[in-house]
Design a protein around this ligand. Structure first.
Ligand code: PGD
Length: 765
C-alpha cells in the first residue's frame, strides 16, 4: 500500500511528504508555479549522522560543573536521560537567576528556525524565559540590521522593509529597474515562515515581456535572474554609494533633479547638494570621480542617470549591500537618488530595499495578523544589537555606541539558544569561540549537531517540522497550511514545547507556560483565537478541525496593489512621516547630533577597507560571502542539493578565470583562502560572471575546526574570514558580506570534513 501523502511546509515552500521503507519522498505543492529546488534537501532531515539523538552533556561541564571553559568546542559528550538533563538544567537556571539575576541569561537566540506558527523555536524559548523572570535579548537582524536602525531616521519607520510597492504594481508600471545588488533568484525562493506560491520570477518576466528594462549593478552577474536579459554593470564591491552619489550629481548638474518633489517632500537637500558639488569637502561627486572608485566608466554612469530621469524608474538596493562596513550609506543614498527622480509614491517608481532578498518582499500584505503563540512580557530591559554578541561575551561591563546611546554590555553567565546557529551566522568564528568559552553554561536545543550544538554544555535534541504538527503560514503568504506530522521523532528528540514544558514543571511555572494545553490544544487555541480576532469580512468559515481536514486555507484581503508612500505623496501634511520633520530626511539633524565619524548626517562616500587598492597587497581579492543557493543559511547542509554543489566535499569558491590563471588555480582544485582574520579550505570553480579581483563563496557550510593546523575551517565557512565589526556606531549591523582575501592552491594533505557525521567527530564517553 502506498504511504499516505501528508502536507507540510518550509521557509522555501509547501510540499507533500510520504514515508516508507525507501525513506522520505518529498513533492512540491502542485499549485506552486515555481517550486524551490531546495525541497530535495528535506529528506536529509532524518540523517542520523547529523541528528542529535539523545540529551547530551559536555563531559567537562558534567565533571567540573558550570564555569568558563576552553574545552567548549573540542570536548566529549555524555548521553544522559531526559530526566537527568532537565534536572541539571533546571538547577543551573535556578542558580544563575538567584545568584546573578535574569539579565545574566542571554536568550536572544537569533535565527531562522523553521516554519510553523506554534513550534517557532524563538517564540517558545522567549515565552519560557519570560515565565521565569526574563532574559537579555538581542534586537534587529543579520538580514538588515543597519537598515532597521537607519530607516526610522530617514523615512520614519521600517515601511520599505515591510510594506514595499508590490510586484503586481512594478510589473505593470516600471520601465526601468535599477537594481543595486540585483534581485537574486536564490533568495527570492525563500520567505521566513513559508511561501506557498513562488511568483517573483513570473513578475520579473511579466515586466520584461511588457518592455521593462533591467540593470543589475553588482560584482556578480548572476545576482539578477538571467531569464530577464538584464544589463550587467560590473562594479567593485562596496562602492555602490559612490556610484549613486555620481548619479545624483548628474541629475543635479543637468537640471534633471525634481526640485519640486525635493522641496515638498524632503528636508536636508541643500546640505547634501553642497556635498555633491564638492562645496563642503572640495570633491565634486562627478561620474569621473566615481569611476575611479567603482571601476565603472564615467559615461556609463552619466547615461544611466539620464535614462533613469527619462522614464518610470525603480531604484532597488538588496539587503546584502548594507551587510558591510558603512552599510547605511548605499541605502540612504538610494533614497536620496529616488527623491531626486521625484517618483516616490508613484506606481512603479521610487525606491525599494530588499526586492529578491526574500520572496516575501513585494508580495501583498494581509490586513490582519497571523495566528500567534504569545511570548508574554520580558521583565528584563537589557538588550544588545544582535551582531555584537562576541563583544558582549568578551567584554562584559564595557561601553559601546548604538543609535545615539552609550550602552554597557551585560555580564552573561548562561546562554540559551534554540532555532539559530551563531557559528553559522556570526563573523570571525574563532573570536566567537573565545566568546562562547566565557559563560558558566551554554544550553542549545537543536535537531542537528551544528557547530553551535558542538560548543554547548547541555544539548537537547529537538524535533524537526516533519516530526510534529503545526500551522504553516509566512508573513506575505496568503495560504495557511496544515503542517502534518510525517514521522515519529528521531532518536529521543522532543519538540521545543515539550522540552520547555518539562523544564517549566521543574521550575514551578508549568501552568504559566502551558496554560494547561498540549500541542493540539495550542494549535486549536491559536487558530480559533486568530479566527475571532480578524475583521469579519475575512473570517474563514472553517473551524480548526475543518481547516485541518482541508489541509489548506486561502487567506483573503492581501493588498497586492500597494504603492509605497502613495498616501504621503497625496498629502504630506496629513500623512506625515514619523521623522522629526515629517518628511524624507536627505540630511538628518538627529544623526548629526550623534556626531558619529562613521555615519555622517547625509549619504556620504566612506571607503570601507574592502575597497582600498583592490588587486594589490597581501589580500588583493574581495570575497563576497553571500547567502547560498544550495540550502537556506546553514540548514540541511547535508542535503542532496547542498552536497551535490560541493567541490571535493568543500564549499565551492568562484573565481574569475583571469584571477585563477594568475594563481595557477584550476577548476576543481582544493584552495586555501586567507584573510587577516583566518584561513579556510574551499573547492575552486571558475566563472566569468564573477568580476575580476572578486571571489564569491556562500555562507552555510558547517564550521569544521577539526584541523586547526591546516585552517580554522576545512569545509569552507567564510565566517572564519570575515571581520567582527559593526557597520557603524549608529546601527552596529553585521558586516559579514565582504572581506579582503588571497587564494592559493592547497598542496598539503587534505583533512577529511568530519562535521556531517557524528561518528567522525564525536568521542563518546
Ligand atoms: P540557520 O542556518 O537558519 O541560520 O543565520 P541563522 O542562525 O538563522 O540556523 C537555524 C538553526 O535552527 C539551524 O541550525 C536549525 O537546525 C535550527 N532549527 C530549525 N528548526 C528548529 C526547531 O524547531 N527547533 C530548534 N531548537 N532548532 C531548530 C542566518 C543569518 O546568517 C542571516 S538571517 C543572514 S541574512 C546573514 N547572512 C550572512 C551573509 O550574507 N554573510 C555572512 N558572512 N554571514 C551571514 N550570516 C547571517
Amino acid at each position: 500500500m502506498a504511504a499516505e501523502e501528508l502536507v507540510n511546509s518550509s521557509h522555501w515552500g509547501a510540499f507533500t511528504a510520504s514515508l516508507d521503507e525507501q525513506g522520505l519522498s518529498v513533492k512540491p505543492d502542485p499549485a506552486d508555479p515555481d517550486p524551490s529546488e531546495l525541497l530535495r534537501n528535506i529528506p536529509a532531515s532524518f540523517d542520523k549522522g547529523v541528528r542529535v539523538l539523545h540529551p547530551s552533556v559536555r563531559r567537562g561541564w558534567l565533571d567540573d560543573g558550570p564555569g568558563p571553559s576552553t574545552r567548549r568546542g573540542s570536548d566529549d559528550y555524555v548521553e544522559v536521560s531526559w530526566d537527568r538533563a532537565l534536572d541539571l538544567l533546571a538547577a543551573e537556571l535556578e542558580r544563575v537567576r538567584s545568584t546573578y539575576g535574569n539579565p545574566a541569561i542571554f536568550g536572544g537566540s537569533y535565527g531562522w528556525a523553521s516554519a510553523g506558527r506554534f513550534h517557532h523555536a524563538q517564540s517558545q524559548i522567549h515565552r519560557f524565559l519570560n515565565t521565569i523572570g526574563g532574559y537579555t535579548r538581542s534586537v534587529h537582524s543579520y538580514s538588515h540590521g543597519a537598515s532597521s536602525v537607519l530607516l526610522p531616521h530617514i523615512v520614519g519607520d521600517e515601511a520599505p522593509l515591510y510594506r514595499p510597492t508590490t510586484w503586481n504594481v512594478l510589473s505593470e508600471h516600471t520601465d526601468l529597474f535599477v537594481c543595486f545588488g540585483g534581485v537574486p533568484a536564490k533568495n527570492f525562493q525563500i520567505n521566513a515562515g513559508g511561501i506557498s506560491r513562488h511568483t517573483v520570477r513570473e513578475s520579473l518576466e511579466d515586466a520584461r515581456a511588457r518592455g521593462a528594462e533591467f540593470v543589475t549593478i553588482s560584482p556578480l552577474a548572476d545576482d539578477l535572474a538571467t531569464v530577464i536579459d538584464a544589463q550587467w554593470i560590473s562594479i567593485n564591491p562596496a562602492t555602490d554609494t559612490a556610484l549613486i552619489l555620481a548619479l545624483c550629481w548628474v541629475l543635479l548638474s543637468e537640471g534633471l533633479c525634481d526640485l519640486e518633489f525635493v522641496d515638498k517632500y524632503t528636508v536636508g537637500f541643500e546640505e547634501f547638494a553642497r556635498y555633491l558639488r564638492g562645496q563642503s569637502d572640495g570633491i565634486a561627486k562627478t561620474p569621473g570621480w566615481a569611476a575611479t572608485i567603482c571601476g565603472v566608466d564615467a559615461s556609463t554612469i552619466a547615461d544611466l542617470a539620464r535614462r533613469m530621469a527619462g522614464c518610470r524608474t525603480m531604484v532597488t538596493t538588496s539587503w546584502s549591500l548594507q551587510r558591510a562596513r558603512f552599510g547605511e550609506q548605499p541605502v540612504w543614498a538610494s533614497i536620496a537618488l529616488a527623491a531626486f527622480l521625484g517618483q516616490i509614491g508613484l506606481p512603479g517608481g521610487g525606491f525599494g530595499h530588499g526586492y529578491g532578498s526574500t520572496g516575501g518582499m513585494g508580495a501583498g500584505r494581509l490586513p490582519y495578523p497571523l495566528p500567534t503563540f504569545h511570548q508574554g512580557v520580558n521583565p528584563v530591559n537589557d538588550f544588545i544589537p544582535v551582531a555584537r554578541i562576541s563583544d558582549m561575551l568578551l567584554h562584559p561591563g564595557s561601553t559601546y555606541d548604538f543609535n545615539g546611546q552609550s550602552r554597557v554590555y551585560p555580564d552573561t553567565k548562561l546562554i540559551y539558544w534554540a532555532g539559530g546557529n551563531p557559528f553559522h551566522h556570526h563573523q570571525d568564528l574563532v573570536r566567537l569561540r573565545a566568546g562562547f568559552q566565557q559563560p558558566d553554561t551554554v544550553v542549545v536545543h537543536e535537531p542537528f549537531w551544528t557547530a553551535t550544538a558542538r560548543h554547548a554544555d547541555i544539548v537537547l535534541p529537538a524535533t524537526t517540522t516533519l516530526e510534529r504538527n503545526d500551522i504553516g503560514c509566512g508573513r506575505y503568504d496568503d495560504i495557511m497550511t496544515a503542517m502534518q506530522q510525517v514521522a515519529s521523532p528521531v532518536g529521543e528528540s522532543l519538540s521545543d514545547y515539550a522540552i520547555l514544558t518539562k523544564l517549566s514543571k521543574r521550575l514551578a511555572v508549568e501552568e504559566q507556560f502551558t496554560e494547561g494545553r498540549d500541542e493540539w490544544g495550542w494549535l486549536e487555541h491559536i487558530y480559533e483565537r486568530w479566527r475571532e480576532s480578524i475583521p469579519d469580512q475575512f473570517t474563514p468559515n472553517e473551524n480548526f478541525a475543518q481547516f485541518w481536514a482541508a489541509r489548506h486555507l486561502d487567506l483573503p484581503g492581501a493588498d497586492s496593489k500597494h504603492v509605497l508612500y502613495e498616501d504621503f505623496r497625496s498629502d504630506p501634511e496629513k500623512f506625515r512621516l514619523a521623522t522629526p520633520s515629517g518628511r524624507i530626511e536627505i540630511s538628518s539633524p538627529t544623526i548629526a547630533r550623534f556626531g558619529y565619524d562613521d555615519c555622517p548626517p547625509h549619504p556620504t562616500w566612506l571607503a570601507p577597507a574592502e575597497t582600498v587598492a583592490v588587486g594589490t597587497g597581501p589580500y588583493p581579492l574581495c570575497l563576497v560571502a553571500n547567502n547560498p543557493a544550495s540550502r537556506l543559511h546553514s540548514q540541511l547542509d547535508n542535503g542532496a542539493v547542498s552536497v551535490e554543489s560541493k567541490v571535493l566535499g568543500r564549499e565551492p569558491i568562484r573565481l574569475n578565470p583571469a584571477d585563477a590563471t594568475a594563481r595557477e588555480i584550476k577548476a576543481g582544485d582544493l584552495v586555501l583562502v586567507r584573510s587577516d582574520t583566518g584561513r579556510m579550505l574551499a573547492g575552486a570553480i571558475l566563472d566569468d560572471r564573477v568580476r575580476a579581483n572578486v571571489v564569491q563563496i556562500s555562507t552555510g557550510a558547517w564550521f569544521d575546526h577539526s584541523s586547526p593546523e591546516v585552517a580554522a575551517c576545512i569545509h569552507g565557512n567564510p565566517n572564519v574570514l570575515t571581520r567582527d565589526a559593526g557597520s557603524s556606531k549608529l546601527t552596529q549591523g553585521s558586516t559579514g558580506q565582504l572581506v579582503r582575501v588571497e587564494v592559493e592552491v592547497y598542496r598539503g594533505e587534505a583533512p577529511d570534513v568530519v562535521v556531517h557525521d557524528q561518528r567522525l567527530w564525536m568521542h563518546p564517553a
